[in-house]
Write a protein that binds this ligand. Structure first.
Ligand code: PRP
Ligand code: URA
Length: 209
């Protein structure tokens, strides 16, 4: 079974509390989301494999370490996942970025695919899927299934707020994918929104409502 990592870092929790408040506008919401993505990215990349190589300092030659082997790709689930990309790229500027477009049908709450553009060598990369909300888990499950169909084997999922229902569904569907969340909230409401949550992440990022 995959691991659920819930962050309890004061900086992340403090910023998330501001984002949750209904009075927080799009500009602050976007900035905080990227800041949290950067802080979480630090932890999500903690176990990247390292290798030794020889470098010359102005003083002498030494054996230094660098990230080895597989390189990273960040894959936001559109739209709201876009809000986490810049924060991740601040940490890993050479990461490639793929895009998967999914929206939840308002009636059925099932994800509907409308876009997929991934780096050519995606199957060789460690892929971090980003989306602020893990509600029913449908969007994350479908996005990860799409990646696996392209041959990707090393995937992690990073979100801001997770619901227990979504965590369970994602762990059952993709037991090999670790989940990183800034908070694990209480439950979903009848419209499959997270409680207490932060509302509609896409609308809050882009100011569409
Ligand atoms: C939101 C969110 C996730 C999805 C989570 O996107 O960004 O992608 O819902 O819900 P789920 O776990 O039940 O699938 P939404 O479908 O509202 O689209 P948007 O990002 O374009 O606003
Ligand atoms: N999508 C959101 O943006 N918010 C929720 O609470 C659930 C799904």
């Amino acid at each position: 079974m995959s691991k659920l990592h819930v962050f309890d870092h004061p900086l992340i929790t403090h910023k998330l509390s501001i984002m949750r408040q209904s009075g927080t506008g799009s500009k602050d919401f976007r900035e905080l989301l990227n800041e949290i993505a950067m802080l979480m990215g630090y932890e999500v990349t903690r176990d990247l494999p390292m290798e030794e190589y020889t470098i010359k300092t102005p003083m002498e030659t030494m054996k230094a370490k660098k990230i080895s082997g597989k390189k990273l790709a960040i894959v936001p689930i559109l739209r709201a996942g876009l809000g986490m990309v810049d924060g991740m790229l601040t940490l890993v500027p050479v990461a490639k970025v793929g895009h998967i477009g999914l929206y939840r049908d308002p009636e059925t709450h099932q994800p509907v695919e409308y876009y997929c553009k991934l780096p050519e060598d995606i199957e060789k990369r460690i892929v971090i899927v980003v989306d602020p909300m893990l509600a029913t888990g449908g969007s994350a499950i479908d996005a990860i299934t799409m990646l696996k169909k392209r041959g990707v084997t090393n995937i992690r999922f990073m979100c801001l707020v997770a619901a227990p229902e979504g965590v369970k569904a994602l762990q059952e569907a993709h037991p090999d994918v670790d989940i990183y969340a800034a908070a694990l909230d209480r439950e979903l409401n009848e419209n499959k929104y997270i409680l207490p949550g932060l509302g509609d992440a896409g609308d809050r990022i882009f100011g569409t409502k």
